[in-house]
Design a protein around this ligand. Structure first.
Ligand code: SF4
Length: 355
């Protein structure tokens, strides 16, 4: 191995050592990951995998989505097929009743998901929606006490968060989506601050906060780094990293060329270095943008959605299971922890040997 190759390998290895030692990756280091040259991509992934392995071993957490209320949202999020400005051809229906939601949660168990996400398209939940979803959560928990429930119902205040916590909701998702400086470009009906405040209400309630991003909405690399640092500051437990699906009929239809799959891998690695012990979920759009490189995404990421997204098709579950098995990874069983594996095995993963 040449001296140059040794020094690039040790550069990413040193970053892994540094974050495993408790240092925070800086904005410059995060930016460097996004800008890493092609020749160093595998070294970046190897170093990110060391960090992922330290906290999560080789487990992959599966999440399953239930679209419990579809397509009649008054907000104007430009990426979303369910917004009031979308003309996308999707199913539109009001809130499913609690029995129907609970029945659909059975599918999560069949698909080996350890978390079932109940999503409603809304600016914020009405009192009736909170009651119905709370009742559904109680029914699901009665049948499957170990199945984790994540709710995603829009903006939330402290009282609403407490209602969901009391019903048994384990986690609440509310994505920041992009950096504050870019937020006005993707939504005008609520603000970035509204979203940050909801994440705060969730955390105060004792529910595990989940908040992530959508990559590919015209943001700069610097903005991607800034939203990653913000999510670290907010101490969210789980970070879905979505890659924009430019859905026909939405304002962002056709606005983004395909994301370079190798850049998508750098983005996942960047999130792993910035938020080393948090769940990083390779989320919507992975099939389109990472394509055949999806398995490499599981070196930095430790979670995925299984089956379909809210209004878009995902990869067949059997393909996900096979991908995980062929990587030598394992699916986290129902009842596993929401956070890092408490007694993460010793790190047996070494840097690539010289060739
Ligand atoms: S608030 Fe949620 S459901 Fe409504 S338009 Fe925005 S992303 Fe879509």
């Amino acid at each position: 191995m040449s001296t140059a190759t040794n020094s690039t390998t040790s550069r990413w290895s040193a970053l892994a050592e540094s974050v495993l030692g408790g240092d925070h990756a800086s904005a410059d280091e995060a930016q460097a990951v996004l800008d890493a040259p092609e020749l160093e991509l595998l070294d970046v992934l190897s170093a990110a995998y060391r960090v992922r392995h330290h906290y999560f071993g080789n487990t992959v957490k599966l999440n399953y989505l239930i679209n419990a209320k579809s397509g009649i949202c008054p907000e104007d999020c430009h990426y979303c097929s369910q917004s009031r400005v979308s003309t996308a051809e999707i199913d539109r229906y009001s809130l499913l009743d609690s029995h129907e939601i609970a029945a659909r949660a059975e599918r999560a168990v069949e698909l080996r998901a350890s978390t079932c996400c109940i999503v409603t398209a809304a600016r914020r939940p009405s009192a009736r929606e909170l009651r119905e979803v709370s009742e559904a959560v109680r029914q699901v928990k009665k049948r499957h006490p170990a199945l984790k429930i994540c709710a995603c119902m829009g903006l939330l205040d402290d009282d609403e968060a407490e209602t969901l916590r009391a019903a048994g909701v384990d986690r609440y998702n509310h994505n920041l989506n992009t950096a504050e400086s870019h937020y006005g470009e993707i939504c005008t009906t609520h603000t970035y601050t509204d979203r940050v405040e909801t994440v705060g209400a969730v955390a105060r309630s004792g529910i595990s906060p989940c908040s992530g991003v959508i990559v590919g909405m015209g943001e700069s690399r610097d903005e991607l780094v800034r939203v990653a640092l913000e999510l670290r500051t907010l101490a969210v437990d789980s970070i879905p990293v979505n890659f924009l699906i430019p859905i026909e009929g939405t304002p962002l239809e056709g606005s983004q060329a395909k994301i370079d799959p190798r850049f998508a891998l750098r983005v996942l690695a960047m999130f792993r270095f910035v938020c080393p012990d948090r769940e990083i979920r390779m989320s919507a759009g992975r099939e389109i943008h990472l394509g055949t490189l999806q398995p490499l995404g599981l070196y930095p990421a430790n979670a995925i959605f299984v089956a379909d997204y809210l209004t878009e098709q995902g990869q067949a579950p059997e393909e996900d299971w096979r991908m995980i098995e062929e990587l030598g990874f394992t699916i986290e069983p129902i009842g596993g922890p929401l956070g890092p594996v408490p007694s993460a095995e010793t790190d047996v993963v070494s840097e690539p040997s010289a060739v």
